[in-house]
Design a protein around this ligand. Structure first.
Ligand SMILES: [Fe+2]
Ligand SMILES: [Fe+2]
Length: 312
């Protein structure tokens, strides 16, 4: 596979991002640009996502502390991402869930990339995915793809934002109590509490941004209007996805610290309850972000592109 390597540490600051954009635009579909840097180039990821959309994968080849190497691969035009596959059929989503393939914050990866990352045989996975269509549907599932965007916004607010707002204070209080009582024996509990506290602060701000700006803008777009306070809905959507990634990283750290929510032998009931609630919270966040990243936001961006194309 062809790739272009750019050592951005050798470039003037104002040349860095334009040089990567130019290389990315010139590279053929399926090929990659690899960048070398002396710090995490994550801001470039969000700029690329905002300006080129879901046309690339972003894979860290080396992550600090002194050197960062990232492979930015241009997607083939016909390659579906795991997020798109999961959004198309709940049986496929369930299959990914069983394999531990992240179709939520990791949903922009192609099937090939996700399989390579997990060491899975992509041909077999493709066949299994095809076979899921012969399986009966998973009971009375909601067909989110058939919802209007306004209805999907209402659903997300009522079901997922409601759950988050109800659970955040309860879990935070429980985290604090368990860390205070058992922190001597399990020192990681204090870190779990601090991480959850950060998650609470970030999520409450995030929900407000969605409910006051992003979702009303999507409802307006759907009824023929335009986004509130922005030329395009693309920028706020990228910011929302950035928040999702941060929340995903915090939840990932909590999962790692608690050994995948495995309750230590002899743990008290409060600790059991905490682990159970943390796991339910993670599951709900996963579905919540899946609905936004893989269904609501791509459809809103598509509507916005059509509106822009029709503008005089
Ligand atoms: Fe949300
Ligand atoms: Fe969100």
């Amino acid at each position: 596979m062809n790739q272009i390597i750019i050592d951005v540490t050798r470039l003037e600051p104002r040349q860095k991002h334009p040089a990567v954009f130019q290389a990315f635009d010139n590279v053929e579909d399926g090929h990659a640009v690899v960048i070398h840097n002396d710090h995490d180039p994550k801001p470039l990821y969000y700029q690329l996502l905002g300006e080129r959309g879901n046309t690339f994968s972003w894979t860290y080849l080396h992550q600090g502390p002194e050197i960062w190497q990232v492979e930015i691969r241009k997607r083939q035009a016909d390659e579906e991402t795991v997020g798109e596959l999961a959004a198309s059929d709940t049986r496929k989503a369930e299959y990914f869930r069983k394999l531990g393939i992240d179709f939520c914050c990791g949903g922009r990866k192609t099937l090939t990339e996700a399989c390579m990352e997990k060491g899975l045989d992509v041909m077999k996975i493709r066949q299994d995915l095809h076979n899921t269509q012969r399986q009966p549907s998973l009971g009375p599932q909601l067909d989110f793809n058939s919802f209007t965007l306004a209805f999907l916004c209402d659903y997300i607010v009522n079901v997922h934002h409601g759950f988050v707002q109800q659970q955040l204070p309860l879990i935070e209080e429980l985290c604090q109590k368990v860390a205070a009582h058992h922190g001597d024996h399990y020192p990681f509990l204090q870190e779990v509490y601090e991480l959850f506290y950060r998650l609470r602060c970030e999520l409450l701000t995030h929900l407000k941004k969605e409910e006051q700006i992003v979702f009303p803008s999507i409802r307006l777009l759907e009824s023929g209007g335009s986004a509130i306070g922005f030329d395009s809905i693309g920028d706020p959507l990228v910011l929302m996805e950035q928040d999702h990634d941060q929340a995903g990283e915090i939840l990932h750290s909590i999962r790692r610290l608690t050994q995948g929510f495995t309750v230590p032998a002899g743990a008290c009931n409060s600790m059991r309850l905490l682990y159970h609630k943390l796991q339910l919270f993670e599951e709900d966040m996963f579905q919540h972000v899946h609905l936004e990243n893989n269904i609501l936001f791509p459809k809103a961006a598509e509507l916005d592109r059509k509106r822009a194309a029709q503008a005089p």
